[in-house]
Design a binder for this molecule. Sequence first.
Ligand code: FEO
Ligand code: CA
Ligand code: CA
Ligand code: CA
Length: 599
Amino acid sequence: IKTAEAADGRYVWTEIEHGVDETHHVAPGHTADILIRWGDPIFADSPEFDPMKQTAAAQARQFGYNNDFLGYVGLPFGSDNPDNGLLCVNHEYTSEEVMFPGIGRQDNKGFPDMTAELVDIEMAAHGGSVIEVKREGEKWSVVKDSQYNRRITANTTYMELTGPAAGHDRLKTSVDQNGTTCIGTFNNCAGGITPWGTYLMAEENFHGYFGGAVDGHPEERNYKRYGVPGGWYAWSKYHKRFDINAEPNEANRFGWVVEVDAMDPTSTPKKRTAMGRFKHEGAEPIVNGDGRVVVYMGDDQRFDYVYKFVSERRYNPDDRAANMDILDDGTLFVARFNEDGKLDWLPLIYGSGPLTAENGFHSQADVVIEARIAADLLGATPMDRPEDIDPNPQTNKVYVMLTNNSKRKADAVDAANPRGPNDFGQIVEMVPPNGDHDALQYTWDLLVVAGDPSKPEVGAKYHQATSENGWFGSPDNCTVDAAGRLWISTDQGSGWSKTGNADGLYGLETEGEMRGYSKMFFRTPIGAELCGPRFTPDVKSLFLAVQHPATDGTKDFPGFERNSTFEDPATRWPDFTEGMPPRPSVVVVRKDDGGEIGT
Ligand code: FEO
Ligand code: CA
Ligand code: CA
Ligand code: CA
Protein backbone atom coordinates (compact mmCIF):
# COMPACT_ATOMS: atom_id res chain seq x y z
CA ILE A 1 0.00 0.00 0.00
CA LYS A 2 1.40 3.35 -1.00
CA THR A 3 0.98 6.32 1.28
CA ALA A 4 -0.54 9.57 -0.01
CA GLU A 5 2.86 11.27 0.30
CA ALA A 6 4.58 8.67 -1.83
CA ALA A 7 1.76 8.29 -4.28
CA ASP A 8 0.77 11.82 -5.30
CA GLY A 9 1.93 11.22 -8.84
CA ARG A 10 0.70 14.13 -10.95
CA TYR A 11 -1.06 15.85 -8.03
CA VAL A 12 1.73 17.06 -5.78
CA TRP A 13 0.50 20.14 -3.89
CA THR A 14 -0.11 20.21 -0.13
CA GLU A 15 -3.78 19.44 0.30
CA ILE A 16 -6.09 21.93 2.03
CA GLU A 17 -8.52 20.79 4.72
CA HIS A 18 -12.23 20.20 4.50
CA GLY A 19 -14.29 22.81 6.35
CA VAL A 20 -16.59 25.79 5.95
CA ASP A 21 -15.98 29.44 6.70
CA GLU A 22 -16.49 32.92 5.29
CA THR A 23 -13.69 32.94 2.77
CA HIS A 24 -11.87 30.91 0.11
CA HIS A 25 -8.78 28.77 0.56
CA VAL A 26 -6.19 27.59 -1.96
CA ALA A 27 -3.34 25.10 -1.69
CA PRO A 28 -0.13 26.49 -0.09
CA GLY A 29 2.33 27.89 -2.59
CA HIS A 30 -0.50 29.31 -4.71
CA THR A 31 -2.24 32.69 -4.67
CA ALA A 32 -5.88 33.29 -5.58
CA ASP A 33 -6.70 36.84 -6.73
CA ILE A 34 -10.16 38.24 -7.43
CA LEU A 35 -10.31 39.03 -11.17
CA ILE A 36 -13.84 40.39 -11.53
CA ARG A 37 -17.00 40.57 -9.42
CA TRP A 38 -20.70 40.92 -10.09
CA GLY A 39 -21.36 44.56 -11.01
CA ASP A 40 -17.77 45.43 -11.96
CA PRO A 41 -17.50 47.64 -15.07
CA ILE A 42 -16.55 45.74 -18.24
CA PHE A 43 -16.53 48.68 -20.67
CA ALA A 44 -14.63 51.97 -20.51
CA ASP A 45 -17.95 53.80 -20.04
CA SER A 46 -19.60 51.37 -17.58
CA PRO A 47 -20.92 52.93 -14.37
CA GLU A 48 -19.25 51.87 -11.11
CA PHE A 49 -21.26 49.35 -9.08
CA ASP A 50 -23.47 50.78 -6.35
CA PRO A 51 -25.63 48.12 -4.66
CA MET A 52 -28.12 50.75 -3.46
CA LYS A 53 -28.51 52.36 -6.90
CA GLN A 54 -28.85 49.39 -9.25
CA THR A 55 -30.47 49.92 -12.63
CA ALA A 56 -31.02 47.61 -15.60
CA ALA A 57 -29.09 49.99 -17.86
CA ALA A 58 -26.07 49.92 -15.54
CA GLN A 59 -26.25 46.13 -15.11
CA ALA A 60 -26.21 45.64 -18.87
CA ARG A 61 -22.79 47.39 -18.93
CA GLN A 62 -21.45 45.55 -15.87
CA PHE A 63 -20.36 41.98 -15.12
CA GLY A 64 -23.44 39.79 -14.61
CA TYR A 65 -24.50 37.61 -11.70
CA ASN A 66 -23.62 34.00 -10.78
CA ASN A 67 -20.64 33.30 -13.02
CA ASP A 68 -20.70 29.64 -14.10
CA PHE A 69 -18.95 28.44 -17.29
CA LEU A 70 -15.52 29.93 -18.03
CA GLY A 71 -13.92 29.56 -21.47
CA TYR A 72 -10.61 30.99 -22.65
CA VAL A 73 -9.67 31.92 -26.22
CA GLY A 74 -6.05 33.10 -26.67
CA LEU A 75 -5.42 36.35 -28.58
CA PRO A 76 -4.78 36.74 -31.41
CA PHE A 77 -7.15 33.95 -32.44
CA GLY A 78 -5.35 30.64 -32.97
CA SER A 79 -2.32 31.62 -30.88
CA ASP A 80 -2.76 29.69 -27.59
CA ASN A 81 -1.46 32.86 -25.90
CA PRO A 82 -1.46 32.09 -22.15
CA ASP A 83 -1.17 35.74 -21.06
CA ASN A 84 -3.88 37.50 -23.05
CA GLY A 85 -7.21 36.19 -24.21
CA LEU A 86 -10.98 36.35 -24.11
CA LEU A 87 -12.71 34.98 -21.07
CA CYS A 88 -16.23 33.78 -21.95
CA VAL A 89 -18.40 33.70 -18.85
CA ASN A 90 -21.96 32.43 -18.34
CA HIS A 91 -24.14 34.25 -15.80
CA GLU A 92 -26.48 31.43 -14.93
CA TYR A 93 -29.08 32.90 -12.59
CA THR A 94 -29.73 35.52 -9.93
CA SER A 95 -29.95 35.28 -6.13
CA GLU A 96 -32.47 38.00 -5.28
CA GLU A 97 -32.29 37.59 -1.52
CA VAL A 98 -28.68 38.81 -1.45
CA MET A 99 -28.82 41.08 -4.54
CA PHE A 100 -31.56 43.47 -3.50
CA PRO A 101 -32.53 45.06 -0.18
CA GLY A 102 -35.79 43.85 1.38
CA ILE A 103 -36.50 40.85 -0.84
CA GLY A 104 -35.65 37.96 1.49
CA ARG A 105 -35.47 34.33 0.51
CA GLN A 106 -38.57 32.94 -1.17
CA ASP A 107 -37.31 29.45 -2.10
CA ASN A 108 -38.28 29.58 -5.77
CA LYS A 109 -41.81 30.78 -5.07
CA GLY A 110 -41.80 33.49 -7.69
CA PHE A 111 -40.43 36.28 -5.50
CA PRO A 112 -43.76 38.08 -4.92
CA ASP A 113 -42.00 41.23 -3.72
CA MET A 114 -40.17 41.72 -7.01
CA THR A 115 -41.02 44.92 -8.89
CA ALA A 116 -40.87 45.50 -12.64
CA GLU A 117 -37.69 47.51 -12.15
CA LEU A 118 -35.97 44.74 -10.16
CA VAL A 119 -37.03 42.11 -12.71
CA ASP A 120 -35.41 44.16 -15.46
CA ILE A 121 -32.19 44.37 -13.43
CA GLU A 122 -32.11 40.61 -12.96
CA MET A 123 -32.82 40.01 -16.65
CA ALA A 124 -29.78 42.20 -17.41
CA ALA A 125 -27.73 40.22 -14.85
CA HIS A 126 -28.35 36.93 -16.71
CA GLY A 127 -26.70 35.71 -19.93
CA GLY A 128 -22.97 36.00 -20.48
CA SER A 129 -19.92 38.21 -20.73
CA VAL A 130 -17.03 38.10 -23.16
CA ILE A 131 -14.13 40.06 -21.66
CA GLU A 132 -10.55 40.51 -22.74
CA VAL A 133 -8.18 39.61 -19.91
CA LYS A 134 -4.45 40.16 -19.76
CA ARG A 135 -1.62 39.17 -17.49
CA GLU A 136 1.10 41.71 -16.71
CA GLY A 137 3.72 40.35 -14.33
CA GLU A 138 1.80 38.30 -11.78
CA LYS A 139 -1.51 40.13 -12.10
CA TRP A 140 -4.42 39.54 -14.41
CA SER A 141 -6.82 42.34 -15.23
CA VAL A 142 -9.81 43.05 -17.47
CA VAL A 143 -9.10 45.20 -20.55
CA LYS A 144 -12.10 47.53 -20.37
CA ASP A 145 -11.51 49.32 -23.65
CA SER A 146 -11.11 46.07 -25.59
CA GLN A 147 -12.79 45.83 -28.98
CA TYR A 148 -14.04 42.35 -28.03
CA ASN A 149 -15.96 42.99 -24.80
CA ARG A 150 -19.61 42.11 -24.85
CA ARG A 151 -22.57 41.54 -22.57
CA ILE A 152 -25.32 39.11 -23.57
CA THR A 153 -28.52 39.21 -21.51
CA ALA A 154 -32.06 37.83 -21.33
CA ASN A 155 -33.02 40.80 -23.51
CA THR A 156 -30.33 40.63 -26.21
CA THR A 157 -31.89 41.35 -29.60
CA TYR A 158 -31.72 39.31 -31.64
CA MET A 159 -30.69 35.70 -31.53
CA GLU A 160 -31.25 33.39 -34.45
CA LEU A 161 -32.87 29.96 -34.27
CA THR A 162 -31.05 27.67 -36.72
CA GLY A 163 -31.15 23.98 -37.68
CA PRO A 164 -34.07 21.57 -38.08
CA ALA A 165 -36.56 23.35 -35.78
CA ALA A 166 -35.94 26.85 -37.21
CA GLY A 167 -39.07 28.26 -38.77
CA HIS A 168 -41.32 25.51 -37.42
CA ASP A 169 -44.82 26.53 -36.27
CA ARG A 170 -44.01 25.45 -32.72
CA LEU A 171 -41.34 28.17 -32.51
CA LYS A 172 -43.55 31.01 -33.82
CA THR A 173 -44.73 33.77 -31.50
CA SER A 174 -46.75 36.97 -31.84
CA VAL A 175 -43.55 39.00 -32.35
CA ASP A 176 -41.72 36.41 -34.47
CA GLN A 177 -44.09 34.98 -37.00
CA ASN A 178 -41.19 33.32 -38.83
CA GLY A 179 -40.05 31.26 -35.85
CA THR A 180 -36.40 32.15 -36.48
CA THR A 181 -35.62 35.17 -34.31
CA CYS A 182 -35.73 35.22 -30.53
CA ILE A 183 -34.83 37.51 -27.68
CA GLY A 184 -32.06 36.68 -25.24
CA THR A 185 -30.83 33.66 -23.33
CA PHE A 186 -30.89 32.71 -19.65
CA ASN A 187 -29.91 30.05 -17.15
CA ASN A 188 -26.72 29.40 -19.07
CA CYS A 189 -24.88 26.86 -16.96
CA ALA A 190 -21.72 25.16 -18.20
CA GLY A 191 -20.75 25.43 -21.88
CA GLY A 192 -17.87 24.94 -24.25
CA ILE A 193 -15.33 26.58 -26.56
CA THR A 194 -15.02 25.31 -30.11
CA PRO A 195 -11.69 25.05 -31.98
CA TRP A 196 -12.98 27.80 -34.29
CA GLY A 197 -13.26 30.31 -31.46
CA THR A 198 -16.94 30.27 -30.68
CA TYR A 199 -18.48 30.10 -27.24
CA LEU A 200 -21.26 27.59 -26.54
CA MET A 201 -23.73 28.70 -23.87
CA ALA A 202 -25.93 25.85 -22.59
CA GLU A 203 -29.47 26.89 -21.60
CA GLU A 204 -30.30 24.83 -18.51
CA ASN A 205 -33.29 25.45 -16.19
CA PHE A 206 -35.32 27.61 -18.61
CA HIS A 207 -38.60 26.25 -17.24
CA GLY A 208 -38.18 28.25 -14.01
CA TYR A 209 -38.72 31.58 -15.78
CA PHE A 210 -42.18 30.83 -17.18
CA GLY A 211 -45.58 31.24 -15.52
CA GLY A 212 -49.18 30.34 -16.39
CA ALA A 213 -51.33 27.20 -16.52
CA VAL A 214 -50.29 24.07 -18.42
CA ASP A 215 -53.44 21.90 -18.22
CA GLY A 216 -55.12 21.86 -21.63
CA HIS A 217 -52.23 23.84 -23.15
CA PRO A 218 -51.41 22.94 -26.78
CA GLU A 219 -47.88 22.04 -25.58
CA GLU A 220 -49.11 20.19 -22.50
CA ARG A 221 -47.20 16.91 -23.05
CA ASN A 222 -43.99 18.75 -23.90
CA TYR A 223 -44.22 21.35 -21.14
CA LYS A 224 -45.07 18.81 -18.44
CA ARG A 225 -42.04 16.70 -19.38
CA TYR A 226 -39.83 19.80 -19.05
CA GLY A 227 -41.45 21.26 -15.91
CA VAL A 228 -42.80 24.34 -17.74
CA PRO A 229 -44.03 26.58 -16.13
CA GLY A 230 -41.61 26.44 -13.18
CA GLY A 231 -42.68 29.79 -11.68
CA TRP A 232 -39.31 30.41 -9.98
CA TYR A 233 -39.15 34.07 -10.97
CA ALA A 234 -41.58 36.99 -11.34
CA TRP A 235 -40.72 37.60 -15.00
CA SER A 236 -44.12 36.48 -16.36
CA LYS A 237 -45.84 39.10 -14.22
CA TYR A 238 -44.13 41.94 -16.09
CA HIS A 239 -43.24 40.42 -19.46
CA LYS A 240 -46.02 38.68 -21.34
CA ARG A 241 -43.65 36.44 -23.30
CA PHE A 242 -42.95 34.46 -20.14
CA ASP A 243 -46.67 33.70 -19.63
CA ILE A 244 -47.29 30.40 -21.45
CA ASN A 245 -50.96 31.21 -21.92
CA ALA A 246 -50.32 34.63 -23.47
CA GLU A 247 -47.39 33.39 -25.60
CA PRO A 248 -47.80 29.61 -25.93
CA ASN A 249 -44.57 28.87 -27.87
CA GLU A 250 -42.00 31.11 -26.18
CA ALA A 251 -40.85 28.26 -23.90
CA ASN A 252 -39.96 26.23 -27.00
CA ARG A 253 -37.36 28.89 -27.85
CA PHE A 254 -35.26 28.08 -24.77
CA GLY A 255 -33.43 24.92 -23.69
CA TRP A 256 -30.96 25.05 -26.60
CA VAL A 257 -27.21 25.40 -27.05
CA VAL A 258 -26.40 28.99 -28.09
CA GLU A 259 -23.29 29.56 -30.23
CA VAL A 260 -21.61 32.96 -29.98
CA ASP A 261 -18.70 34.16 -32.12
CA ALA A 262 -16.35 35.28 -29.34
CA MET A 263 -14.25 37.27 -31.82
CA ASP A 264 -17.07 39.57 -32.99
CA PRO A 265 -19.18 41.43 -30.41
CA THR A 266 -21.65 42.48 -33.10
CA SER A 267 -22.32 38.90 -34.27
CA THR A 268 -25.77 37.31 -33.91
CA PRO A 269 -25.84 34.47 -31.34
CA LYS A 270 -27.32 31.30 -32.83
CA LYS A 271 -29.47 28.71 -31.07
CA ARG A 272 -28.45 25.38 -32.61
CA THR A 273 -31.63 23.31 -32.58
CA ALA A 274 -29.95 20.23 -34.11
CA MET A 275 -28.33 19.69 -30.68
CA GLY A 276 -31.71 19.15 -29.02
CA ARG A 277 -33.85 20.92 -26.47
CA PHE A 278 -33.36 19.91 -22.86
CA LYS A 279 -31.87 21.33 -19.64
CA HIS A 280 -28.41 21.62 -21.12
CA GLU A 281 -25.71 21.62 -18.49
CA GLY A 282 -22.69 21.98 -20.78
CA ALA A 283 -21.50 21.44 -24.35
CA GLU A 284 -17.85 20.45 -24.64
CA PRO A 285 -16.69 19.73 -28.20
CA ILE A 286 -13.87 17.53 -29.45
CA VAL A 287 -12.69 17.07 -33.03
CA ASN A 288 -12.92 13.38 -33.90
CA GLY A 289 -10.15 11.59 -35.81
CA ASP A 290 -12.16 11.91 -39.03
CA GLY A 291 -12.54 15.67 -38.57
CA ARG A 292 -16.14 15.62 -37.45
CA VAL A 293 -17.08 17.60 -34.36
CA VAL A 294 -18.57 15.72 -31.42
CA VAL A 295 -20.19 17.61 -28.54
CA TYR A 296 -20.97 15.84 -25.25
CA MET A 297 -23.96 17.17 -23.30
CA GLY A 298 -25.74 16.42 -20.02
CA ASP A 299 -29.42 17.05 -19.27
CA ASP A 300 -29.32 18.02 -15.62
CA GLN A 301 -32.40 16.68 -13.97
CA ARG A 302 -32.97 13.60 -11.86
CA PHE A 303 -33.45 10.62 -14.19
CA ASP A 304 -32.50 12.50 -17.35
CA TYR A 305 -29.94 11.61 -19.93
CA VAL A 306 -26.45 11.86 -21.42
CA TYR A 307 -26.30 12.98 -25.08
CA LYS A 308 -23.76 13.52 -27.85
CA PHE A 309 -24.05 15.43 -31.10
CA VAL A 310 -21.97 14.34 -34.12
CA SER A 311 -21.62 16.87 -36.93
CA GLU A 312 -22.13 15.80 -40.49
CA ARG A 313 -19.45 18.08 -41.89
CA ARG A 314 -15.75 18.08 -41.01
CA TYR A 315 -13.91 20.80 -39.15
CA ASN A 316 -11.56 22.77 -41.37
CA PRO A 317 -8.64 24.23 -39.35
CA ASP A 318 -7.63 26.46 -42.29
CA ASP A 319 -10.99 28.09 -42.97
CA ARG A 320 -12.71 29.57 -39.94
CA ALA A 321 -15.75 30.73 -41.88
CA ALA A 322 -16.41 27.20 -43.12
CA ASN A 323 -16.88 26.00 -39.53
CA MET A 324 -19.27 28.67 -38.33
CA ASP A 325 -22.49 26.74 -39.02
CA ILE A 326 -21.14 23.20 -38.66
CA LEU A 327 -23.36 22.59 -35.62
CA ASP A 328 -26.53 22.91 -37.71
CA ASP A 329 -26.26 19.51 -39.40
CA GLY A 330 -25.60 16.23 -37.68
CA THR A 331 -27.03 13.51 -35.49
CA LEU A 332 -28.09 13.74 -31.87
CA PHE A 333 -27.62 10.54 -29.84
CA VAL A 334 -28.66 9.55 -26.31
CA ALA A 335 -26.83 7.04 -24.11
CA ARG A 336 -27.97 3.68 -22.83
CA PHE A 337 -25.57 2.34 -20.18
CA ASN A 338 -25.79 -1.44 -20.19
CA GLU A 339 -25.09 -3.55 -17.13
CA ASP A 340 -22.19 -5.31 -18.87
CA GLY A 341 -20.00 -2.19 -19.09
CA LYS A 342 -20.98 -1.39 -22.67
CA LEU A 343 -22.96 1.64 -23.74
CA ASP A 344 -25.07 2.22 -26.82
CA TRP A 345 -25.64 5.57 -28.52
CA LEU A 346 -29.23 5.70 -29.76
CA PRO A 347 -29.89 8.17 -32.61
CA LEU A 348 -32.74 10.67 -32.36
CA ILE A 349 -33.83 10.61 -36.00
CA TYR A 350 -37.36 11.34 -37.17
CA GLY A 351 -39.02 8.28 -38.68
CA SER A 352 -36.63 5.76 -37.17
CA GLY A 353 -37.80 3.38 -34.43
CA PRO A 354 -40.57 4.89 -32.32
CA LEU A 355 -39.98 8.50 -33.48
CA THR A 356 -43.00 8.54 -35.79
CA ALA A 357 -46.39 10.24 -36.13
CA GLU A 358 -47.92 7.51 -33.98
CA ASN A 359 -45.99 8.94 -31.04
CA GLY A 360 -46.55 12.59 -31.97
CA PHE A 361 -43.41 13.18 -34.05
CA HIS A 362 -44.12 14.63 -37.50
CA SER A 363 -40.66 15.95 -38.39
CA GLN A 364 -37.10 16.26 -37.08
CA ALA A 365 -38.25 19.60 -35.63
CA ASP A 366 -40.63 17.71 -33.32
CA VAL A 367 -37.83 15.31 -32.37
CA VAL A 368 -35.41 18.05 -31.31
CA ILE A 369 -38.08 20.17 -29.58
CA GLU A 370 -39.20 17.16 -27.52
CA ALA A 371 -35.78 15.49 -27.35
CA ARG A 372 -36.50 14.21 -23.84
CA ILE A 373 -39.65 12.39 -24.92
CA ALA A 374 -37.86 10.96 -27.96
CA ALA A 375 -35.08 9.72 -25.64
CA ASP A 376 -37.67 8.19 -23.26
CA LEU A 377 -39.12 6.20 -26.18
CA LEU A 378 -35.68 5.03 -27.32
CA GLY A 379 -34.94 3.51 -23.89
CA ALA A 380 -32.09 5.78 -22.73
CA THR A 381 -30.73 5.18 -19.21
CA PRO A 382 -32.18 7.57 -16.60
CA MET A 383 -29.15 9.03 -14.81
CA ASP A 384 -28.44 10.72 -11.46
CA ARG A 385 -28.46 14.31 -12.83
CA PRO A 386 -25.88 14.48 -15.65
CA GLU A 387 -23.94 17.73 -15.36
CA ASP A 388 -20.69 18.67 -17.08
CA ILE A 389 -19.14 16.13 -19.49
CA ASP A 390 -15.56 16.63 -20.68
CA PRO A 391 -13.46 14.59 -23.07
CA ASN A 392 -9.74 14.26 -22.37
CA PRO A 393 -8.15 14.96 -25.79
CA GLN A 394 -4.97 13.08 -24.78
CA THR A 395 -6.69 9.77 -23.97
CA ASN A 396 -10.07 10.25 -25.72
CA LYS A 397 -11.79 9.08 -22.54
CA VAL A 398 -14.85 11.12 -21.57
CA TYR A 399 -15.87 12.05 -17.99
CA VAL A 400 -19.51 12.42 -16.93
CA MET A 401 -20.32 14.24 -13.70
CA LEU A 402 -23.44 12.76 -12.08
CA THR A 403 -24.14 15.10 -9.21
CA ASN A 404 -26.68 13.30 -6.97
CA ASN A 405 -30.28 12.03 -6.98
CA SER A 406 -32.35 12.20 -3.84
CA LYS A 407 -35.30 10.57 -5.61
CA ARG A 408 -33.64 7.34 -6.77
CA LYS A 409 -35.14 4.39 -4.94
CA ALA A 410 -32.98 1.62 -3.51
CA ASP A 411 -34.80 -0.90 -5.69
CA ALA A 412 -34.29 1.12 -8.88
CA VAL A 413 -30.50 1.26 -9.05
CA ASP A 414 -28.37 0.08 -11.97
CA ALA A 415 -24.68 -0.35 -12.65
CA ALA A 416 -24.10 3.28 -13.68
CA ASN A 417 -26.34 4.69 -10.93
CA PRO A 418 -25.61 2.25 -8.11
CA ARG A 419 -27.12 3.99 -5.04
CA GLY A 420 -30.63 4.99 -4.02
CA PRO A 421 -31.10 7.57 -2.62
CA ASN A 422 -27.87 9.02 -4.01
CA ASP A 423 -26.70 11.97 -1.88
CA PHE A 424 -23.18 12.36 -3.24
CA GLY A 425 -23.05 11.46 -6.94
CA GLN A 426 -20.54 9.54 -9.06
CA ILE A 427 -18.26 10.00 -12.08
CA VAL A 428 -18.67 7.75 -15.10
CA GLU A 429 -15.84 7.30 -17.59
CA MET A 430 -16.92 6.59 -21.16
CA VAL A 431 -14.35 5.04 -23.50
CA PRO A 432 -14.88 5.24 -27.28
CA PRO A 433 -13.31 2.30 -29.14
CA ASN A 434 -9.93 3.31 -30.62
CA GLY A 435 -10.74 6.90 -29.64
CA ASP A 436 -13.55 7.08 -32.20
CA HIS A 437 -16.15 9.52 -30.83
CA ASP A 438 -18.45 8.69 -33.74
CA ALA A 439 -18.77 5.03 -32.66
CA LEU A 440 -22.20 3.69 -31.75
CA GLN A 441 -20.92 1.54 -28.90
CA TYR A 442 -18.47 2.54 -26.16
CA THR A 443 -17.42 0.88 -22.93
CA TRP A 444 -17.90 2.63 -19.60
CA ASP A 445 -16.73 2.35 -15.98
CA LEU A 446 -17.26 4.13 -12.66
CA LEU A 447 -14.19 6.31 -11.96
CA VAL A 448 -15.31 7.26 -8.44
CA VAL A 449 -18.44 6.84 -6.35
CA ALA A 450 -18.48 10.06 -4.30
CA GLY A 451 -19.00 10.67 -0.58
CA ASP A 452 -16.98 9.79 2.53
CA PRO A 453 -15.12 6.52 1.87
CA SER A 454 -14.50 5.98 5.61
CA LYS A 455 -18.24 5.39 6.19
CA PRO A 456 -19.20 1.96 4.84
CA GLU A 457 -22.90 2.90 4.68
CA VAL A 458 -22.08 5.66 2.13
CA GLY A 459 -20.71 3.14 -0.37
CA ALA A 460 -18.08 5.54 -1.74
CA LYS A 461 -15.22 4.31 -3.92
CA TYR A 462 -11.89 6.14 -4.34
CA HIS A 463 -8.26 5.11 -4.55
CA GLN A 464 -7.33 4.09 -1.00
CA ALA A 465 -4.59 6.73 -0.78
CA THR A 466 -7.25 9.49 -0.92
CA SER A 467 -7.02 11.38 2.39
CA GLU A 468 -9.82 12.43 4.74
CA ASN A 469 -9.72 15.81 2.94
CA GLY A 470 -9.50 14.44 -0.58
CA TRP A 471 -12.97 13.00 -1.15
CA PHE A 472 -15.94 15.11 -2.28
CA GLY A 473 -19.70 15.17 -2.75
CA SER A 474 -21.73 16.22 -5.81
CA PRO A 475 -19.31 16.63 -8.73
CA ASP A 476 -20.74 19.27 -11.11
CA ASN A 477 -18.10 20.80 -13.41
CA CYS A 478 -14.82 19.40 -14.66
CA THR A 479 -11.91 20.31 -16.88
CA VAL A 480 -8.81 18.63 -18.27
CA ASP A 481 -5.62 20.73 -18.22
CA ALA A 482 -2.97 20.73 -20.94
CA ALA A 483 -1.01 18.14 -18.92
CA GLY A 484 -4.00 15.78 -19.22
CA ARG A 485 -5.00 16.00 -15.54
CA LEU A 486 -8.69 15.92 -14.61
CA TRP A 487 -10.07 18.50 -12.17
CA ILE A 488 -13.51 18.37 -10.54
CA SER A 489 -15.57 21.16 -8.97
CA THR A 490 -18.53 20.49 -6.71
CA ASP A 491 -22.06 21.80 -6.09
CA GLN A 492 -23.67 20.23 -3.04
CA GLY A 493 -26.43 22.85 -2.88
CA SER A 494 -28.13 23.08 0.49
CA GLY A 495 -26.83 19.55 1.25
CA TRP A 496 -23.25 20.63 2.07
CA SER A 497 -23.84 19.85 5.75
CA LYS A 498 -24.07 16.15 4.79
CA THR A 499 -20.31 16.32 4.18
CA GLY A 500 -19.53 19.20 6.58
CA ASN A 501 -17.43 20.64 3.79
CA ALA A 502 -17.83 23.64 1.49
CA ASP A 503 -17.68 23.14 -2.27
CA GLY A 504 -14.33 23.23 -3.98
CA LEU A 505 -11.87 22.01 -6.60
CA TYR A 506 -10.19 18.60 -6.57
CA GLY A 507 -7.56 16.96 -8.72
CA LEU A 508 -8.59 13.43 -9.66
CA GLU A 509 -6.22 10.85 -11.17
CA THR A 510 -7.71 8.89 -14.05
CA GLU A 511 -4.76 6.71 -15.14
CA GLY A 512 -2.45 4.02 -13.84
CA GLU A 513 -2.03 2.68 -10.33
CA MET A 514 -3.34 5.87 -8.73
CA ARG A 515 -6.61 5.92 -10.70
CA GLY A 516 -9.38 7.24 -8.45
CA TYR A 517 -6.98 9.22 -6.21
CA SER A 518 -8.55 12.57 -5.33
CA LYS A 519 -7.07 15.61 -3.63
CA MET A 520 -8.51 18.95 -2.52
CA PHE A 521 -7.02 22.13 -4.05
CA PHE A 522 -9.45 25.04 -3.47
CA ARG A 523 -12.42 25.70 -1.18
CA THR A 524 -15.23 28.23 -1.59
CA PRO A 525 -16.73 30.54 1.02
CA ILE A 526 -19.97 29.49 2.79
CA GLY A 527 -23.04 29.15 0.59
CA ALA A 528 -21.13 29.14 -2.72
CA GLU A 529 -20.58 26.47 -5.34
CA LEU A 530 -17.54 26.25 -7.56
CA CYS A 531 -17.94 26.43 -11.34
CA GLY A 532 -16.02 26.90 -14.55
CA PRO A 533 -12.55 25.58 -13.82
CA ARG A 534 -10.41 26.66 -16.79
CA PHE A 535 -6.64 26.65 -17.17
CA THR A 536 -4.63 28.80 -19.53
CA PRO A 537 -2.79 26.72 -22.16
CA ASP A 538 0.48 26.91 -20.15
CA VAL A 539 -1.26 25.59 -16.96
CA LYS A 540 0.19 28.60 -15.09
CA SER A 541 -3.13 30.35 -14.47
CA LEU A 542 -6.40 28.82 -13.37
CA PHE A 543 -9.71 30.69 -13.60
CA LEU A 544 -12.42 29.65 -11.14
CA ALA A 545 -16.02 30.87 -10.88
CA VAL A 546 -17.26 31.21 -7.31
CA GLN A 547 -21.02 31.20 -7.71
CA HIS A 548 -23.73 32.45 -5.29
CA PRO A 549 -21.63 33.00 -2.13
CA ALA A 550 -23.69 33.22 1.10
CA THR A 551 -26.78 31.48 -0.24
CA ASP A 552 -26.91 27.66 -0.13
CA GLY A 553 -27.63 26.03 3.24
CA THR A 554 -26.58 28.96 5.43
CA LYS A 555 -29.23 27.79 7.93
CA ASP A 556 -26.78 25.03 8.84
CA PHE A 557 -23.74 27.32 9.20
CA PRO A 558 -22.65 27.15 12.86
CA GLY A 559 -23.01 30.57 14.49
CA PHE A 560 -25.23 31.90 11.68
CA GLU A 561 -28.18 29.47 11.44
CA ARG A 562 -30.52 31.46 9.22
CA ASN A 563 -31.12 32.26 5.56
CA SER A 564 -28.90 34.99 4.18
CA THR A 565 -30.38 38.30 3.12
CA PHE A 566 -28.91 41.40 1.48
CA GLU A 567 -28.90 43.05 4.89
CA ASP A 568 -27.51 40.06 6.80
CA PRO A 569 -25.55 37.67 4.59
CA ALA A 570 -23.53 34.71 5.93
CA THR A 571 -20.47 36.27 4.30
CA ARG A 572 -19.66 39.49 2.47
CA TRP A 573 -17.05 37.70 0.33
CA PRO A 574 -15.02 38.94 -1.50
CA ASP A 575 -15.19 42.62 -0.46
CA PHE A 576 -15.88 42.15 3.26
CA THR A 577 -17.14 45.74 3.36
CA GLU A 578 -20.19 46.76 5.40
CA GLY A 579 -23.09 47.53 3.05
CA MET A 580 -21.56 45.59 0.15
CA PRO A 581 -23.44 42.33 -0.47
CA PRO A 582 -21.61 39.08 -1.22
CA ARG A 583 -20.61 39.01 -4.89
CA PRO A 584 -20.18 36.06 -7.24
CA SER A 585 -16.67 36.50 -8.65
CA VAL A 586 -14.08 35.00 -10.95
CA VAL A 587 -10.88 34.09 -9.12
CA VAL A 588 -7.54 33.54 -10.85
CA VAL A 589 -4.98 31.24 -9.24
CA ARG A 590 -1.24 31.24 -9.89
CA LYS A 591 1.70 29.42 -8.39
CA ASP A 592 3.90 31.68 -6.30
CA ASP A 593 7.08 30.45 -7.96
CA GLY A 594 5.64 31.07 -11.42
CA GLY A 595 5.39 27.37 -12.26
CA GLU A 596 2.49 25.22 -13.35
CA ILE A 597 -0.50 25.01 -11.05
CA GLY A 598 -0.50 21.99 -8.73
CA THR A 599 3.08 20.94 -9.31
FE1 FEO B 1 -26.61 24.75 -13.44
FE2 FEO B 1 -26.75 21.70 -13.39
O1 FEO B 1 -26.02 23.19 -12.67
CA1 CA C 1 -23.63 23.04 -13.12
CA1 CA D 1 -16.07 21.58 -18.38
CA1 CA E 1 -24.74 23.87 -10.24
